[in-house]
Design a binder for this molecule. Structure first.
Ligand SMILES: [Zn+2]
Length: 281
């Protein structure tokens, strides 16, 4: 019964023509939208409306929510799941999305030394994903990331990748995969790439290596590595494929999307016509 009503409600949400103003937000704030095929775009426009309608949204830190904010964030979240078999779960584990105007300050308590003294301090955050709880985002960073003006980082993709990671109950850098062989390949490639990033950082901090493509924050642990790799997969796909070929391949198998091929196809099509978007490289 529940599925029947849910299906009916979803059909109601996608029956109306897609609002022109919303299409402007999607085109303006989600640079990856330009490289999608017609079929993928149509799917994404349906998905984002369902996602947006089924979540509860809260503005925080004085932010008044607008359609631009909810539509942009919904588009980026649904871009992640566009190729997944469980696409129509629409991040079932996320009921609330809290949006701040910009980076926000949190007070956190952590173990400060081996004796076990708890230390309380302040830090700035761009986003958070709580297991069994909300996703929290900075709107300024969500917009910059979607527009491709944040040097390959994208806080919405990052936090929702954590949510995919948590679907099996653990946040350990491995989402739900489709076969034992895929798990084996995932663990082999991810742990090798993670070690390689940590090794590269050693050189980078001594000024001896250039662009890693992956945000150094990915060297924190396996969960952050998956989230950071996901950002690069969509925001700098060609560079990731060139510099981290195996990593790109396992992400492509998982997400069932090939962003690098999309960007190359798009640039070819645009070559003799209008001025193309800029996709990092
Ligand atoms: Zn993270």
């Amino acid at each position: 019964m529940f599925d029947f009503f849910k299906k009916r409600r979803r059909e109601g949400v996608t029956r109306e023509p897609f609002p022109d103003a919303w299409l402007g937000y999607v085109r303006g704030n989600v640079s990856h939208f330009a490289v999608l095929s017609e079929a993928e775009r149509a799917q994404l426009l349906d998905d984002l409306r369902i996602f947006r309608a089924e979540k509860s949204w809260e503005g925080a830190g004085g932010l008044t929510l607008t359609d631009e904010i909810t539509v942009t964030i919904s588009t980026l979240a649904c871009l992640l799941t566009l190729g997944l078999p469980e696409r129509d779960d629409y991040f079932r584990g996320v009921s609330t999305i809290i949006v701040y105007p910009a980076g926000y300050r949190v007070t956190e308590t952590r173990l400060a030394n081996p004796v076990g003294v708890l230390e309380t301090g302040h830090s700035w955050r761009l986003g958070e994903a709580w297991r069994g709880g909300p996703v929290i985002l900075s709107w300024a960073d969500a917009r910059a990331g979607g527009r491709g003006t944040a040097e390959g980082s994208n806080v919405v993709l990052h936090e929702f990748a954590h949510k995919l990671d948590m679907e099996d109950g653990n946040a350990e850098g491995t989402p739900v995969l489709y076969s034992d062989a895929q798990y084996d390949e995932w663990h082999r490639v991810m742990s090798r790439a993670y070690d390689r990033l940590r090794g590269r950082l050693w050189w980078k901090y001594r000024g001896m290596d250039g662009d890693l493509v992956l945000d150094p924050y990915g060297a924190t642990d396996a969960a952050e590595f998956f989230a950071v790799a996901t950002e690069a997969f969509f925001e700098r796909p060609r560079a990731l494929r060139r510099r981290w070929r195996d990593l790109y391949a396992v992400l492509k198998d998982y997400y069932r999307q090939d962003p690098a091929a999309r960007v190359i196809g798009y640039l070819r099509r645009m070559h003799h016509s209008e001025r193309p978007h800029w996709f990092g490289e």
